[in-house]
Design a binder for this molecule. Structure first.
Ligand code: NDP
Ligand code: 2PC
Length: 334
């Protein structure tokens, strides 16, 4: 059994491969080629510290894997004297013939990358026809934590927005992220916007990645036909958008098993989901009315983590065997 740490994982992650692994996972979900249940949640010390387990199995030639992600969300970690990520994850990747653990793959970066990639996959398939050539469109990101940052990088990589707005509860954090991104990309398209309504105004695509228990985006602010990726979670996974927004939109989910549990509050209020993103990828589902707002309510799936663990494991082992054979050749030639 090997441990592949965060540094090794980061060296092996690429956006194109992450996008593909997530896209395949979403499709397999809707083809019935996965088994996964809603994540279990344990409260630590009966406070806001959480431990989640996410077991899953994905049947696929390239990404097929059996695994289980353990994930903690400790909201105070980033404020410790020696800061740690608030969300820490590890993925147990197992042999599907024997159940033996082949590797534990550090999952904090994987969780960030695959979550942002899921929003990109959903945007491509649900909103793709409305993406315009050139850079006239506007992206608005709510939240400048780890997910806000990684979504900004991911959407900069895959799309061509002319303006990327950032709103955040703590102004200094939002301003710092906009500055950091402008410096990284040597651009000025990232703009911190202090007012939430102003941030949404005219935006074509919106991403919410906060832990807000109150809606941060209201229905009346969103332009017709816009697409929203709602990713953040407080106690529920649907606290960032107001009820009116759900009522007037086509809402897509990543998987029914998760939605039945984590979106129960919406279901109890009579919400009818349009369906899984995998069905859209398969070509079975689409939003016909161009002016309808679409929402991807991304819960995050165990099988995405399984696919990512398999991909990182394969690349890691491949690199190891290449290194071994090149050092053998070197020894021989000496
Ligand atoms: N769907 C999925 O697959 C995944 C979802 N998530 C969820 O995404 C969210 C963000 O995760 P991550 O970026 O890693 O977390 P971070 O702790 O890094 O960032 C948290 C963000 O939420 C903001 N925030 C916290 N509380 C509130 C509040 N009451 N009102 C408004 N904003 C608030 C913070 O703003 P400030 O700077 O002011 O503190 C910050 O922007 C979390 O809810 C997490 O559970 C995470 C991973 C996967
Ligand atoms: O999918 C995931 O890993 C998570 N979703 C919410 C918190 C972590």
């Amino acid at each position: 059994m090997i441990y592949i740490n965060e540094t090794e994982v980061l060296k092996l992650l690429t956006w194109d491969e992450t996008f593909h692994a997530v896209e395949v996972s979403m499709r397999r979900v809707s083809e019935g080629r996965v088994d996964q249940i809603a994540r279990s949640k344990i409260k630590i010390l009966n406070r806001d510290k959480l431990l989640f387990t996410m077991p899953g199995y994905l049947d696929d030639t390239q990404y097929g894997a059996m695994g289980c992600k353990l994930i903690t969300v400790f909201p105070n970690n980033s404020r410790l004297p020696k800061p740690l990520p608030n969300l820490i994850a590890n993925i147990f990747y197992m042999d599907e013939e024997t159940g033996v653990i082949k590797a534990i793959v550090a999952g904090t970066e994987i969780t960030k990358w695959r979550t942002a990639a899921a929003s990109a996959v959903a945007t491509k398939h649900i909103y793709g026809k409305k993406l315009k050539p050139g850079s006239s469109q506007i992206l608005a990101i709510f939240g400048s934590g780890e997910q806000g940052r990684i979504h900004a990088h991911c959407f900069k990589y895959f799309f061509n927005f002319g303006e990327i707005r950032i709103w955040n509860r703590t102004v200094s954090n939002g301003q710092a992220l906009a500055r950091e991104l402008n410096e990284t990309y040597k651009t000025d398209i990232f703009k911190f916007v202090r007012d939430r309504k102003e941030c949404v105004d005219g935006a074509d695509v919106i991403i919410t990645v906060t832990s807000s228990p109150e809606p941060v985006v209201l229905a009346d602010w969103v332009k017709p036909g816009a697409h929203i990726n709602a990713v953040g979670a407080s106690n529920t996974h649907f606290s960032e958008l107001d009820k009116k927004l759900y009522d007037c939109s086509d809402v897509f989910i990543d998987y029914w098993n998760g939605a039945k549990v984590e979106l129960k509050g919406l279901i109890d209020e009579g919400m009818k989901f349009k369906g899984e993103v995998g069905e859209v990828i398969k070509g079975n589902l689409m939003t016909v009315d161009e002016r309808k707002i679409t929402i991807f309510q991304g819960l995050g799936m165990a099988v995405e983590d399984c696919a990512m663990a398999r991909m990182i494991y394969d690349k890691f082992m491949n690199n190891q065997s290449n290194q071994k054979s090149s050092s053998t050749q070197l020894t021989k030639s000496i």
